[in-house]
Design a protein around this ligand. Structure first.
Ligand code: ZN
Length: 342
């Protein structure tokens, strides 16, 4: 596991002594390790090694079953999307919660606890959330619920008040680099800075050629937009706004772009100030071209604005098309990047 060690150790020590809350809220940005921490907590609770180990031993049958999602006392609830049959199914449905509750009422089959992981808890439908509240109000003695979300503010206050908050923090680049080197060899260290504190991003980049290509493609999309005129930009905005029937997926596509591109704008701003602290050093030439044509102040404002819009997309129901159109109007134009990233 990369990062969150202190949090896990603290929780693990308590859990090993039987000091366990019935419900936790694991929050923090995407790819920071919420799911991994949840799995490790489940392993801590259900590991059969003696004496108990914080984080679980990782090798006993119980730990391995949890890794393979086959442990009968651990249930992961996620949003199920079947666009063919039901394009409106965007939420974790109340049926999923009811089914979990029937299970949870029974004694654990193999360990001392039943663990329920809800990922992402902000995906719960209104009815599902109200149903879940009942469980949180009167949890069975053996129940441990882990609610994961990057946006805890979207949960009902009555739910949040019953959760023990566990905010996950961004991980230091050096720690990510160490973790990557252990897992993939020294060469993989170079992906650490790029991940900007999120181990999940670093691991995907180090392990997966497709992830690297996808990232490259997104970078090119940004530079192409910066080098295009308004007609092309508006066409791009409409395309993206109408690209996906599943609005949540569409919002994720927008969120991803604003997040990645905010980093590119940030790199250009840093370059404009003459500092060498790029998150994406392999894009130094594009950053320099942006820095040459766009004012420093404007680049800083752009990076900040993208971060704000990204949060708007995640946390509220913004009008996607309007947001994207405003975004392309705000985006500076750099002729030097025109036609270079087709
Ligand atoms: Zn174990």
């Amino acid at each position: 596991m990369i990062g969150q060690r202190r949090l896990l150790a603290r929780l693990g020590e308590r859990a090993v002594q039987g000091d366990v809350a019935h419900a936790y809220e694991l929050s923090g940005p995407r790819s920071i390790g919420k799911r991994t921490v949840a799995i490790r907590l489940a392993q801590t609770l259900l590991c059969t090694s003696e004496p108990g180990v914080a984080g679980g031993c990782g090798t006993c049958l119980a730990c391995r079953k949890i890794d393979h999602e086959t442990h009968p006392d651990v249930r992961v609830i996620t949003r199920q999307v079947d666009l063919e049959r039901d394009p409106d199914k965007k939420f974790i449905a109340i049926e999923q919660i009811r089914e979990m509750q029937q299970d949870l009422a029974l004694r654990p089959l193999e360990g001392r606890w039943r663990v329920v992981i809800v990922d992402d808890a902000a995906d719960l439908s209104e009815h599902a959330e109200v149903a879940l509240l009942k469980t949180l109000e009167e949890p069975p003695r053996h129940a441990v619920l882990l609610l994961l979300t990057p946006t805890p503010a979207r949960l009902l206050e009555t739910i949040r008040s019953r959760l023990l908050p566990l905010p996950l923090r961004l991980v230091a680049t050096a720690e990510i680099a160490e973790g990557l080197a252990r897992r993939f060899g020294a060469e993989a260290r170079k992906h650490a800075a790029t991940a900007a504190g999120r181990p999940g991003v670093a691991i995907a980049l180090a392990a997966d050629e497709a992830a690297r290509k996808a990232r490259r493609a997104l970078e090119n999309e940004f530079y192409r937009l910066v080098g295009s005129g308004l007609t092309d930009r508006f066409a791009w905005a409409v395309d993206l706004a109408e690209s996906e029937r599943d609005t949540q997926k569409r919002n994720e596509a927008i969120e991803l772009r604003l997040g990645e591109w905010g980093e590119l704008a940030r790199d250009a701003a840093v370059a404009a100030h003459g500092a060498e602290r790029a998150l994406r050093p392999d894009r130094a030439s594009e950053s320099a071209r942006l820095a040459d044509t766009v004012g420093r102040r404007e680049l800083v404002d752009l990076a900040l604005a993208m971060d704000r819009w990204r949060r708007d997309v995640v946390e509220s129901n913004v009008n996607a098309r309007m947001l994207l159109e405003l975004f392309v109007l705000r985006l500076p134009y750099t002729a030097a990047l025109a036609g270079t990233h087709a």
